[in-house]
Design a protein around this ligand. Structure first.
Ligand code: UD1
Ligand code: CA
Length: 465
């Protein structure tokens, strides 16, 4: 079946009153992607002729989000005032290309949607019926439109708020996803009114209009965890849990060990290589990528961070950082944007790194701050040493060349360079460049006063008597 004559219309103009949010509902994120993004992603493999996203509430932001998805043939249609789902569909009609024969209408708030679910909907609309819809039988049908059947066939849909007690007892509900013959849809949408509890134009009334014309509306029963709607924050959390579990199931199929799926939060865009182990309490966000045979966790929060093969990261927060292969990080380490740890390097306990490169095999093992620095290969940056990169106004760079040794508790006052193979004595405050292979000592000389402490003790005990 050709898909070039099928358009999807995604309804994304609503505010989402039940969210009680300043942000339009479809922009809320679920497992690392907006609600709208999830729908558009599910549409990608279908190869439809056109996708029309109906925008309204925070329309510019929703348009930007829709366009960021990278779907070909996507246009937006404006529903300036939101008078209901039927009204939203009316606004989409003028945007449809001439060649479109069938229109798939989808809500913008069903992030669990899978391409397979939409395939099933399209299949239900094939060979005959003028319309098809997806239905579900959720444990709790509250809030959904009830599917009223007569002699087994779909007759109409009654919204929860308009339903009688008897109708509310119906468990089969409307998933809000349909395929309609374009010409009949156009006619039916033209006849809708807002004579209902919410004073809105309901898309669901189109079903009755189809039936009134003697058309058949096929209903395909889908699994509730494929089409559940997200109308409030509780449902957002429920859907996020399902999405997370799907991601973890996929990773485990691909050879990743997840020690505790219940406490492992992996966004949909994260990639993890085979034979990597994720320990409990890890949050991997945005486009984080983990290589093969790495270990991550316990207790890691990685955002848009790249971790190489065989690396070890534990008890760490990292944002927009790169951890090279075989590098070790943690425990209790903070890698800020622009951090690049080369192969086999180390950022150990209570170390913070920002906008710096740490060269191959170099070690920053304990209690250091490294900011705006370029550290070569084979450098030892000992405990308590820090880059003094900020003078209160500007940030300045530090360069440490290959093989240099930076003693404990060194202050490197930037801008400053320590040459290759140089040695900086512990406790130094370095304000001038250190030549290659030199020793730099920049601290006061020690003086010992023999017997001073014993004399003090004697003096104090004399005072006490
Ligand atoms: C809708 C269906 C209900 C179904 C449920 C499934 C109607 C009248 N009801 O109810 O039968 O069981 O979905 O999840 O269609 N929107 C607009 N413009 C508007 C109003 C809504 O674009 O004027 C968009 C919303 O942004 C949302 C989608 O349409 O993405 C659905 O709207 P929502 O208010 O969530 O409908 P439900 O009450 O869930
Ligand atoms: Ca909804």
């Amino acid at each position: 079946m050709s898909r070039a004559d099928v358009a999807a219309v995604v309804l994304a103009a609503g505010q989402g009153t039940r969210f009680r949010s300043d942000l339009a509902k479809v922009l809320h994120r679920c497992a690392g992607r907006s609600l709208l993004g999830h729908i558009l992603e599910a549409l990608k493999p279908l190869g439809l002729g056109q996708v029309v996203v109906v925008v309204g509430h925070q329309g510019d932001d929703v348009t930007a989000e829709a366009e960021a998805c990278g779907l070909a043939n996507l246009v937006t249609a404006l529903q300036a005032e939101q008078h209901g789902t039927g009204h939203a569909a009316q606004m989409a009609l003028p945007a449809l290309d001439d060649g479109i024969r069938r229109v798939m209408v989808l809500p913008g708030d069903t992030p669990l949607l899978l391409p397979e679910t939409l395939e099933a909907l399209l299949a239900a609309a094939e060979d005959g019926p003028d319309a098809a819809m997806l239905t579900i039988e959720p444990d709790d049908p509250t809030g959904y439109g009830r599917v009223i059947r007569e002699a087994g066939s779909v007759a109409r849909i009654v919204e929860h708020r308009d339903a009688t007690d008897e109708e509310r007892a119906v468990r089969e509900v409307n998933a809000g996803m349909y395929v309609f013959e374009r010409t009949v849809l156009t006619e039916a949408l033209g006849e809708l009114d807002a004579d209902n509890a919410q004073g809105e134009i309901y898309l669901t009334d189109v079903v009755e209009a189809f039936v009134a014309r003697g058309a058949t509306v096929a209903a395909h029963v889908a699994a509730a965890d494929e089409v559940a709607g997200v109308n409030d924050r509780r449902q957002l959390a429920d859907s996020a849990a399902v999405l997370r579990r799907r991601v973890l199931d996929r990773l485990m199929r691909e050879g990743v060990t997840v020690l505790d799926p219940a406490t492992t939060y992996v966004d949909v865009d994260v990639a993890v290589g085979a034979d990597t182990t994720l320990f409990p309490n890890c949050i991997l966000e945005a486009a984080t990528t983990i290589g093969e045979r790495a270990t991550v966790g316990p207790n890691c929060h990685l955002v848009a961070t790249e971790v190489g093969d065989d690396a070890e990261v534990t008890n760490t927060v990292a944002k927009h950082a790169v951890v090279g292969p075989e590098a070790t990080v943690g425990p209790f380490t903070y890698l800020r944007p622009g951090t690049v740890l080369a192969r086999g390097s180390k950022a150990g306990g209570f170390v913070e790194v920002k906008n710096s490169t740490i060269g191959e095999g170099s070690k920053v093992p304990h209690l250091s701050y490294v900011g705006d620095a370029t550290i070569g290969a084979g450098v030892n940056f000992s405990a308590g040493a820090i880059t003094v990169n900020y003078d209160g106004t500007d940030k300045h760079p530090t360069t440490i060349e290959d093989g240099a040794f930076i003693g404990c508790d060194t202050m490197l006052v930037a801008p400053v360079t320590v040459g290759a193979g140089a040695f900086v004595a512990a406790g130094s405050t370095i304000t001038d460049d250190v030549p290659a292979d030199a020793l730099a000592v920049a601290r006061q000389r020690q003086s010992n006063k023999d017997g001073w402490a014993a004399a003090r003790r004697e003096r104090l005990s004399g005072d006490a008597q």
